[in-house]
Design a protein around this ligand. Structure first.
Ligand code: LLP
Length: 410
């Protein structure tokens, strides 16, 4: 189903022509489709339906926009959070505390207290000492913190090094070999209700094999823990499911993913938590921009657009590919570099790419920016954070204001 598509030669978001949005709020602007978000959210839920699902916890880091989180809450989603700020967003969006899980390698005492007071459903412990501190914090409050232990299964996720988390040397989780002993010690702490294991080996995984290998190791660990007399009622399988960014890329379907999970976890007898981010929100957004100049270059011209790496970091940070397209294509094609106005060479979206022919003043988009797009925005070069807009049918509304460029406190 196409939620961003051409009608009479003009790119639309659902029923709204993008030039109307550019006119109303200016560019650059992040545009989301509510229908696309619902489609992915319900599609993922439907694929998981045969499995024993405890919760689908949307990874808020992928897109913390409260309007989008509210929509996901309506679709039955909870949240995977990594900070007090994300906790506040999830609660403000109406997500049920029980459906919130707290991951993250550096939870502060204050953040743990806020999460305990909110009554969240699960803490994912990243190290033993965190369990001891959390146990003490819970005990003085007269509660027991529901926890799982995040394990690093020592699997190469086969993704970009900056977003892989499951290899032997990583800041995340505890090594799988050390997990049984740590689990046994954590199980003795009064302030904890130790329920099981969590795993997440990386993001943008377009091949299910490394995930399957990791989950298989987790299954072995669950058996080992039970053989040692421990209760294991919950396993959190993390997120990481990849999506197609380039036209020639493929990615596993939700059904492929759920099928693999069903096969591997068949005899586990646990409730499963999922933490999808990108796969839910990635395709539900695009970044609308305007061409400022088409500047002659040595090998190819530079298409300089008004969006920059502060709006969409992924190409600069991971050499990520985002499809570029004209809003009203003129018919021709051109070979070009695409860059933003920020004063460093890294502010580049594409090099020597074949794209729709564009001219100064044309509108264009970067596709598939719903995940880790606005979420990673900065104000570098005193650029205002770009607004965010949610389209639903033939209506739209601003769900993120354009930021300011002057710090009044200074
Ligand atoms: N759970 C945990 C513990 C995570 O660390 C992450 C992502 C997720 C779930 C969600 O993963 P997803 O389903 O979205 O792959 N900024 C990078 C991605 C960083 C992902 C960090 N952790 C990017 O733009 O590609």
């Amino acid at each position: 189903m196409a939620f961003f598509d051409y009608r009479d030669g003009i790119l639309h978001a659902e029923d709204v022509p993008l030039p109307r949005i550019a006119e109303a709020v200016g560019t650059p602007v992040h545009v989301y489709s509510a229908a696309a978000l619902r489609h992915a959210a319900y599609g993922f839920s439907a694929a998981l339906a045969p499995l024993p699902v405890a919760r689908r916890a949307f990874a808020v880091k992928a897109n913390p926009n409260i309007a989008l989180l509210r929509l996901l809450a309506e679709c039955g989603y909870g949240a995977d959070i990594v900070s007090g700020g994300e906790l506040a967003h999830a609660i403000a969006a109406g997500m049920k505390p029980q459906d919130i899980v707290f991951s993250g390698v550096g939870k502060t005492d204050r953040e743990m207290i806020e999460a305990l007071d909110a009554g969240i459903g699960q803490f994912n412990l990243e190290l033993e000492e965190e369990g001891q501190v959390l146990s003490d914090l819970a005990r003085v409050r007269g509660v027991r913190a529901p926890v799982v232990l995040r394990v690093n299964p020592d699997v190469d996720a086969g993704t970009h090094a900056k977003i892989a988390t499951g290899q032997r040397e990583t800041k995340f989780g505890v090594p799988i070999d050390a997990a049984p002993a740590i689990y046994a010690r954590l199980a003795r702490l009064d302030g904890l209700d130790l329920r099981g294991i969590a795993v997440h080996i990386g993001s943008q995984l377009r091949d299910l094999t490394p995930m399957e290998r990791a989950f298989t190791r987790i299954g072995d660990l669950v058996r080992t823990l039970r053989a040692a007399g421990h209760g294991v009622s919950d396993v959190d399988l993390g997120g990481g499911l990849g999506i197609a960014y380039a036209p020639d890329e493929t990615a596993p379907s939700f059904e492929d993913y759920a099928g693999m999970v069903g096969r591997v976890t068949r005899n586990w007898n646990v409730a499963l938590t999922f933490e999808p981010g990108r796969a839910i929100v990635g395709a539900a957004g695009l970044l609308l921009t305007r061409v400022i100049w088409v500047k002659p270059g040595v090998t190819h011209p530079y298409v300089i657009v008004d969006a920059a790496m502060n709006d969409l970091m992924r190409p600069a940070l991971y050499d990520a590919f985002h499809r570029f397209a004209a809003v009203a294509p003129r018919g021709g094609r051109m070979q070009a570099h695409i860059a933003g106005p920020i004063c460093e060479t890294g502010d580049s979206f594409a090099r020597g790419r074949e794209i729709d022919a564009v001219r100064r003043g044309d509108l264009a988009v970067f596709h598939t920016t719903g995940a880790y797009g606005a979420a990673m925005a900065s104000t570098y070069n005193c650029r205002a954070v770009s607004p965010q807009l949610l389209v639903d049918g033939d209506e739209y509304r601003i769900v993120g204001e354009r930021g300011t460029v002057i710090d009044r406190a200074a």
